[in-house]
Design a protein around this ligand. Structure first.
Ligand code: DOR
Ligand code: ZN
Length: 356
C-alpha cells in the first residue's frame, strides 16, 4: 500500500457481499462494481431464487456478459438455501465450482426471502454436509418473529439461533453478513476464526435517524436496519480495528425509486458506485487510512482461502459530488431512477480510473 498526502494506492479490493439483480438492472449496475472490485460474492435472492447449478451458471453467464470489455471481474456465485434443497445437490454444486457458498435467509427476513428457511433445525443435514466439505455459510442474521422489535432482531438471532448453531457445527465456516450492532461486533471478535462478519459502508455512515430526518427517507432503509449511534460507532471501531474477522461487503442492493417509495417500500441501499470512496472516508475520519487495505483487499480473501489480488487501485484526494440518481430501463422501457448512497453529497476521495 502506498500512501501519499494526495493519494492511496492499494491492492484491488473484493466485495464479499453484493446484489447485482438481473435483466436491465444488472446491466445498469454492474459496471461500478466490476471496475473497482476484482471479485464479488453475488447474492442469490433473485425471483425465482438461485437454487440450482443450472440457474447459477446462467446467472453467472449473464453477469459476465454485462461486464464492459477488458475488465477482469469474477462473480462468485451463491446458492439460496430453501427448506426443500437437497444436501446432495448443494454438495454437487460446490464440487463443480458452481456454488462458492450458500446463503441462509430466514424466511421473510428481507427482500426476496419468502423462499428462505422457515425452521433452522430442519436444515441440519444441509449444514452437516457444508461443514464436512468446507462450504461457507453466509447468514442474514435476523429473527423474523413479528413480536421481536425490529431493532433487536439481530441480537436475538445471535443469541437464539447463531450460538446454538455454532455449538452444533463447530467446524462450519460462517460469515455473519452486514452486521449492525455492538453485540454482533463483540460476538464475532470473541469467536474463533471460522466466524467472520462483513460490514457495509452505509452502516458505517448512518444511524437510524437517517431514515426519519425531516420525513420518511426510504433511501436509507435497508435490512438489517441501521441502529442507534453507539452501534454505528462500534461498527466503525470494528472495521478499522485491523482485526481479520471484519471485512468489506457492500450489500449494495439497488431498487428503483418506484419500488423504494411504494406503499410497502423495498429494503436496500445502492452504494456500489461510490463504495470504496465511502469506506475510504470512514477510515480517514478514524485516522487509520492504512487499515483500509487489509479490510478491503486482504481479510476477506484470507478468510475464504483465496489468493490476494495482484492488481492495485488508486484513490486520489479530490472531492466529487455524488449524482442524485442513475437511470435504468424500466419494465415498459420507461426510464426509472435508482438513487445511490450519498446522493447529492460531496465525497473527499475519487478513484483514479487506471488500474495497475
Ligand atoms: O437491505 C437489504 N436489501 N437487505 C437485504 O438483506 C437484501 C437486500 C436486497 O436484496 O434488496
Ligand atoms: Zn444482502
Amino acid at each position: 500500500m502506498k500512501i501519499t498526502q494526495h493519494s492511496i494506492t492499494l491492492r484491488q479490493p473484493d466485495d464479499w457481499h453484493l446484489h447485482l439483480r438481473d435483466g436491465d438492472v444488472l446491466k445498469a449496475v454492474i459496471t461500478p462494481s466490476a471496475t473497482v472490485f476484482r471479485r464479488a460474492v453475488v447474492m442469490p435472492n433473485l425471483q425465482p431464487p438461485i437454487t440450482t447449478v443450472e440457474q447459477a451458471n446462467i446467472y453467472k453467464k449473464n453477469i459476465l456478459k454485462a461486464i464492459p470489455k477488458g475488465i477482469s471481474f469474477t462473480p462468485l456465485m451463491t446458492a439460496y438455501l430453501t427448506d426443500q434443497l437437497s444436501p446432495i445437490d448443494l454438495e454437487d454444486g460446490f464440487h463443480k465450482g458452481a456454488f462458492f457458498a450458500a446463503k441462509l435467509y430466514p424466511a421473510n427476513s428481507t427482500t426476496n426471502s419468502s423462499d428462505g428457511i422457515t425452521d433452522l433445525s430442519a436444515i441440519n443435514p444441509i449444514l452437516e454436509s457444508m461443514e464436512r466439505i468446507g462450504m461457507p455459510l453466509l447468514i442474514h442474521g435476523e429473527v423474523t418473529d413479528p413480536e421481536i422489535d425490529i431493532f433487536d432482531r439481530e441480537c436475538f438471532f445471535i443469541e437464539k439461533k447463531l450460538q446454538p448453531l455454532l455449538k452444533l457445527f463447530p467446524n462450519l465456516r460462517i460469515v455473519l453478513e452486514h452486521i449492525t450492532t455492538k453485540e454482533a461486533v463483540q460476538f464475532v471478535e470473541s469467536s474463533n476464526n471460522l466466524l467472520a462478519a462483513t460490514i457495509t459502508p452505509h452502516h458505517l455512515h448512518i444511524n437510524r435517524n437517517a431514515m426519519f430526518f425531516r420525513g420518511l427517507n426510504s433511501d436509507f432503509y435497508c435490512l438489517p436496519v441501521a441502529k442507534r449511534e453507539h452501534h454505528r460507532l462500534a461498527l466503525r471501531r470494528a472495521a478499522t480495528s485491523g482485526k481479520a474477522c471484519f471485512f468489506l461487503g457492500t450489500d449494495s442492493a439497488p431498487h428503483t425509486r418506484m419500488f423504494k417509495e411504494s406503499s410497502c417500500g423495498c429494503a436496500g441501499i445502492f452504494n456500489a458506485p461510490y463504495a470504496l470512496e465511502s469506506y475510504a472516508e470512514v477510515f480517514e475520519q478514524e485516522g487509520c487510512i492504512e487499515k483500509l487495505e487489509p479490510f478491503a483487499s486482504e481479510f476477506g480473501a484470507a478468510f475464504y482461502g483465496l489468493p490476494l489480488n495482484e492488481s492495485s487501485i488508486t484513490l486520489v484526494k479530490r472531492s466529487q459530488i455524488v449524482p442524485d440518481y442513475f437511470e435504468v430501463k424500466g419494465p415498459t422501457n420507461s426510464p426509472q431512477r435508482i438513487v445511490p448512497f450519498h446522493a447529492g453529497e460531496k465525497l473527499q476521495w475519487t478513484i483514479s480510473r487506471e488500474l495497475s
